[in-house]
Design a protein. Structure first.
Ligand code: ADP
Length: 623
């Protein structure tokens, strides 16, 4: 039955941790009982003695027996002030030095954490893997004594920030009912020689004693790469000791859980000295110290940078990837947090929640939580007490695009920006029905004067050649629209050209979508793949050809349908911002016919010639 608890999928109900904690509790009581017994024996002896004296009529003797012993420092009289001053100086100078080597951890007791594994949502695979490790931790004696195995000492959580590495570790500690010792790697670093290593030693000592006291302890080292990076040089994240010294200390400490405690060492010395006098067959047997049941969890975003020795068996020998949540994971996280935040009934609609989960691709759990918090702020701003769908959309726009900022544009500039963004949106709408148009705006946010935000309709991890080409075409939409309506483009196309060039360079150099199948990624070296493609005349020419072909497509497309650009431009000038379906509604009002016929074939010349016509149609140009 005990062995079965190691194989089960949920958290094991029986645990060596609970038993060890109970043993420690009983030991504590026994020690207290012995101490109180000694004091009681002393008091009883005194009382008996006093009674005997009293019976003899020796009152003074009885009184002196009953009086409490007084502490006195004989002969120190004149030296006492000097001694006090010396002690004070030692405390003032030595105190901070002693404190500097203290462990910088923060201790959470299991009942303080207020979460369990049930609160970790949308990360089922991670939780399942973590529970396996937890069960080994909880049943470490069974594993060691009955199965002859070695407990797992270290686990590495690898993943981007905000994905729940600390949260899951805390939930594990809460579930195991053991203390959680959180430390950030940067807290170990010190400018004084030797202090970094001292702090690491103190931290592991604190872990060992917490584990011995409570039957187990979970340590969590945040950003472990800051102190555990590969030992290739003497500089970097190790404070004055350098990387080598700090990593070595970390390696030593990770093996320290079997070390005897101070008491056990003292007892060992005593037993050894007695054994020296005893014949071989009568010697006192020394018990091997029981290892401290510690699990150390290291969190990092860059496991590849860690020193390989740290990843060897017996150290951080298991890596668990804590990734950004999938669409269904995001849905579960949204459900979890919406259940805890006041929200309007429209957000209980499963379709709405699905839509929100779909449009938050790339959001980490903490970003989703903050999104709903930000939506609450928007709700408060409009005088509501519950967050609604509109509040979430506003919060999302602020999170993704930045706060709207007032910009003083000339009327002509505003018109150029509107035309530019309308060009992007028209191309996206016509050539890439697989993309969802989210926001079209001429409100200044961060560094952009306007923007088109669009995303995949489905969660995708790869893109086909035609999809990448479509992205390049969308990027050219702004430039071509400016050319069509104003006869020339502005410097506002810089960002679009950069994005288009990068995509085209990737097509040629990395994705085999150009004239060569040779991947620039295969050649080692520090240069960025895009730089390699652009640095070579042959591949750079291919990039140029892809870009020109895309621009020509877009020219044909927009020249054939300038009324679509104009409609979006006018809507933007009037409303500043079009959200989601509003973009399609404006375009549907000037429907150009079936979508398949929208991209005219190469060689097709629009009739009548666009620039001249548009010049006449556009009041700005006439002016
Ligand atoms: P990391 O350590 O990976 O940077 P944290 O563990 O600090 O991330 O996570 C930040 C916050 O995000 C947590 O305090 C919690 O509120 C929320 N969170 C993270 N993961 C989850 C999850 N799986 N389910 C619910 N909330 C989560």
């Amino acid at each position: 039955m005990e062995l079965a608890s190691l194989a089960q999928s949920g958290v094991s109900r029986r645990s060596d941790v609970t038993e060890a904690r109970e043993r420690a509790r009983q030991r504590r009581w026994r020690r207290l009982a012995v101490l109180l017994g000694v004091v009681a024996a002393w008091a009883v002896t005194r009382a008996v003695l006093a009674t005997v004296y009293l019976a003899d009529g020796r009152r003074a003797a009885a009184r002196s027996v009953l009086a409490l012993p007084r502490l006195s420092l004989p002969g120190l009289g004149p030296y006492a002030p000097a001694l006090l001053l010396t002690l004070l100086l030692v405390a003032v100078i030595g105190g901070p030095m002693l404190l500097m080597g203290r462990s910088p951890h923060v201790l959470y007791r299991p009942e303080e954490m207020g979460i369990g594994l049930g609160d970790v949502v949308g990360a089922d695979a991670v939780v399942e893997e973590a529970v396996k490790t937890l069960n080994l931790f909880l049943n470490h004696r069974v594993l060691r004594e009955e199965m002859g195995g070695n407990p797992r000492r270290g686990v590495l959580f690898e993943g981007p920030p905000g994905t729940g590495k600390t949260y899951i570790a805390k939930a594990l500690a809460a579930e195991a009912g053991v203390p959680f010792l959180f430390v950030s790697s940067s807290a170990f670093q010190s400018m004084y020689y030797g202090q970094t290593n001292r702090k690491i030693r103190s931290y592991f000592k604190a872990l060992r004693s917490a584990a011995r006291r409570e039957g187990g302890a979970i340590g969590f080292i945040e950003e472990i790469d800051a102190i555990g990076s590969a030992r290739t040089g003497m500089s970097g994240g190790g404070g004055r000791e350098g990387v080598v010294g700090v990593v070595n200390e970390l390696l030593i400490q990770l093996q320290s859980f079997d070390h005897p405690t101070g008491w056990q060492r003292a007892r060992g010395v005593l037993v050894d000295s007695v054994n020296r006098w005893l014949p071989a067959d009568r010697r006192i047997v020394k018990r091997a110290p029981e290892p401290a049941n510690v699990l150390v969890i290291g969190a990092t975003n860059r496991a590849g940078d860690l020193d390989p020795a740290l990843l060897r068996p017996g150290r951080f020998d298991r890596t668990i990837s804590v990734d950004l949540p999938s669409r269904s994971g995001r849905r579960q996280i949204l459900d979890y947090y919406l259940a805890r935040k006041a929200h309007e009934a429209d957000l209980d609609d499963p379709d709405r929640r699905d839509a929100l989960a779909a449009t938050t691709f790339g959001y980490s759990p903490v970003m989703l939580e903050r999104l709903l918090d930000e939506a609450l702020v928007w709700a408060l701003r409009r005088g509501g007490h519950e967050l609604g769908w509109e509040d979430v959309q506003r919060a999302k726009m602020t999170a993704e695009l930045g706060l709207a900022q007032p910009a003083t544009l000339t009327e002509r500039e505003r018109r150029t920006v509107a035309t530019h963004e309308a060009g992007h949106a028209t191309v996206a709408w016509m050539v890439a029905p697989e993309r969802k148009l989210e926001v079209l705006s001429i409100v200044k946010r961060r560094s952009s004067l306007g923007l088109l935000a669009h995303s995949e309709r489905e969660e995708r991890w790869t893109a086909t050649q035609s999809e990448v080409e479509n992205l390049i075409r969308i990027a050219f939409g702004g430039m071509v629209a400016e050319e069509l309506f104003f006869g020339e483009a502005s410097s506002g196309v810089a960002g679009d050209l950069k994005a288009a060039t990068e995509a085209a360079a990737r097509m040629v150099g990395s994705w085999g979508m150009g004239d060569t199948l040779v991947s620039v990624d295969a050649a080692p070296g520090p240069l960025h793949p895009v730089a390699r493609v652009l640095g070579d005349d042959g591949t750079a020419r291919q990039v140029e050809a892809i870009l020109e072909a895309a621009r020509d497509d877009v020219r044909r497309l927009l020249s054939a349908h300038p009324q679509l650009v104009a409609a979006l431009r006018d809507a933007l000038l009037e409303r500043d911002e079009l959200i989601g379906p509003e973009i399609g509604e404006v375009l549907a009002g000037v429907d150009p016919g079936p979508r398949s016929a929208r991209v005219p074939p190469a060689g097709h010349e629009p009739d009548p010639a666009p620039v001249i016509d548009l010049r006449e149609a556009d009041p700005e140009r006439q002016a």
